[in-house]
Structures are given as structure tokens and as C-alpha cells.
Design a protein around this ligand. Structure first.
Ligand SMILES: Nc1ncnc2c1ncn2[C@@H]1O[C@H](COP(=O)(O)OP(=O)(O)OP(=O)(O)O)[C@@H](O)[C@H]1O
Ligand SMILES: [Mg+2]
Length: 250
């Protein structure tokens, strides 16, 4: 089966600073790929490229057969309608109610008459186990609730691909586990592909079909969790064992 995304030779430099030095991967339909890596290795930068928020220095990103690289904002609209991104930090609009946050994608893409919004939004809030919270403001929600609202917003347009940037950062282990369950349930019920960027090994173990380990601008490893654990790579082994900051501490 053909890949939904095919990324080849992705290089990104900011001035003289090189972040990505040649990333290659495919994302298959229905697959969950988890990108692991230390802070500052370029995980968020990689995600931003997939929806055209960054232009690479070189390389190619095919979404089905469409080249994303070099497209205008207008040409990217149909891609952004099919690919949802959950930004690092949740990124709800703080001045808007939960209702208006969830209405935003519908209104932006004009896919649903205003009269139908209430029903659509209630259904989304049910999916993330937050029924009846339409009138709340983000400031009144716990971190875990905010993530769930952000997840609901990402699901609004029934995306074929979900991009998650650190969906569990800052959450306690129980809440993280419930977010992991929601990601899995969503993926299974919708058949969407997912690309999850995280430091959270427990999350990766739970949701990943494959993991990629980003280090020094490249995927140092790409394969299943079992293959990763068997790989003869001390750096990867340290990372998987939660010893990723060992170098900095020493
Ligand atoms: N617009 C930009 N201009 C210059 N440098 C940037 C820009 N965006 C990102 N960088 C640099 O690229 C590197 C990778 O950043 P990125 O945010 O992708 O890291 P990350 O792997 O997501 O880290 P974290 O786990 O902390 O979220 C960092 O050194 C960052 O400073
Ligand atoms: Mg990041």
C-alpha cells in the first residue's frame, strides 16, 4: 500500500545552524509512528514541515502524490484540512470558550452550518470524555482537560493524519495514560495515521507501531519497539531506559 507521507532527504538549517541533516521516512495509512529524541534535536521542526509551516533547506515531502515543499499557503489548505496538528503546549485560544475553540476549525474551513455546530461540538466533547464543558474557559481547565479539548479540536474535521507534539508533557502519569488511551482509541475508530513526537517512553511503548530515534539531525533508528530494544546502540538503550540526560549530568 502506498504511503500517506513520504519524506526524503529532509535538511533544515537556520543560518549556519543545522537542525535536520537528512530525514527519510514513510508514514503508512493507519500507522502510528513515534519520534523520540532529546530536547532540541528537531522533533517539533520536523512536524512543522509536514504541514508546510516550515520550508526545508532541501528535500522532499510527498503527501500522497502532492509535493508539500514550495507550496503556497493557499495550496496547502486542502492538506491542512486532512492533517490535524496538536501543538506542543496544547495551544487553545485562551480568550475563547471551549465551544469557540472547537468551532474554530469548522468555521475556518466552512464545512458545517452554524446551526449544526452545537451537535458536532457536543459529540466531540463526548469522545474525549468532557461532556457539558462548552462554556468553560481554558484557564478553568486542568492540564489534562486542556489536552483533551485540544485533541477534540484536532479531531473536528475527521483528519486522515494526526500529528501530536508532546501530547503528555507536564501531565501526571495517570493523566498521561488516559491521553495515550484516547490516542489509541481515536486512531482505531477513525483509521487515521498518527505521528507522535514525545520524550515519554511509556507513551511510545503504548501507542507506537514503529519508533524513530532522532539524533544529530538524522533518524539514528527506525523500527519496532522490540527491534529498538534489541539494537546494539548504547545511546538508544540509554534513551529507552530514561537515561537520556546522562551526558549532561556527567
Ligand atoms: N525558527 C527558528 N530559528 C532558529 N532556530 C530554530 C527555529 N526553530 C527551531 N530552531 C532550533 O532548532 C532546534 C530544534 O528545535 P525543536 O523545537 O524542533 O526541538 P525539539 O526536538 O522539538 O525539542 P523539545 O523536545 O525541547 O521540544 C533547536 O536548537 C531550536 O533552537
Ligand atoms: Mg519540541
Amino acid at each position: 500500500m502506498s504511503a500517506l507521507y513520504s519524506v526524503r532527504g529532509l535538511v533544515k538549517r537556520y543560518g549556519v545552524k543545522s537542525v535536520l541533516e537528512g530525514i527519510d521516512f514513510d508514514l503508512a495509512r493507519g500507522e502510528c509512528l513515534v519520534v523520540l529524541g532529546r530536547s532540541g534535536t528537531g522533533k517539533s521542526v520536523t512536524l512543522r514541515h509536514l504541514i508546510g509551516l516550515e520550508q526545508p533547506t532541501s528535500g522532499s515531502i510527498l503527501f500522497e502524490s502532492l509535493e508539500i515543499v514550495g507550496r503556497s499557503e493557499r495550496e496547502l489548505q486542502p492538506v491542512r484540512r486532512r492533517v490535524a496538528m496538536l501543538f506542543q503546549g496544547g495551544a487553545l485560544f485562551d480568550s475563547m470558550t471551549v465551544f469557540d475553540n472547537l468551532a474554530f476549525p469548522f468555521r475556518e474551513h466552512r464545512v458545517c452550518p452554524e446551526a449544526e455546530l452545537a451537535g458536532r461540538i457536543a459529540a466531540l466533547l463526548d469522545k474525549v470524555h468532557l461532556p457539558g464543558t462548552e462554556r468553560r474557559m481554558p484557564a478553568d481547565l486542568s492540564g489534562g482537560m486542556k489536552k483533551r479539548v485540544a485533541l477534540a479540536r484536532a479531531l473536528a474535521l475527521e483528519p486522515e493524519v494526526l500529528l501530536f507534539d508532546e501530547p503528555t508533557t507536564g501531565l501526571d502519569p495517570m493523566t498521561s495514560a488516559s491521553i495515550a488511551s484516547l490516542i489509541l482509541a481515536t486512531q482505531r475508530s477513525t483509521g487515521a495515521a498518527a505521528l507522535v513526537v514525545t520524550h515519554d517512553i511509556a507513551l511510545a511503548r503504548r501507542v507506537a507501531d514503529r519508533i524513530a530515534f532522532l539524533d544529530q539531525g538524522r533518524f539514528r533508528f527506525l523500527g519496532t519497539f522490540e527491534e529498538a530494544e534489541a539494537a546494539p546502540d548504547p545511546l538508544l538503550a540509554d534513551f529507552l531506559a530514561g537515561r537520556e540526560e546522562a551526558d549532561d549530568v556527567a
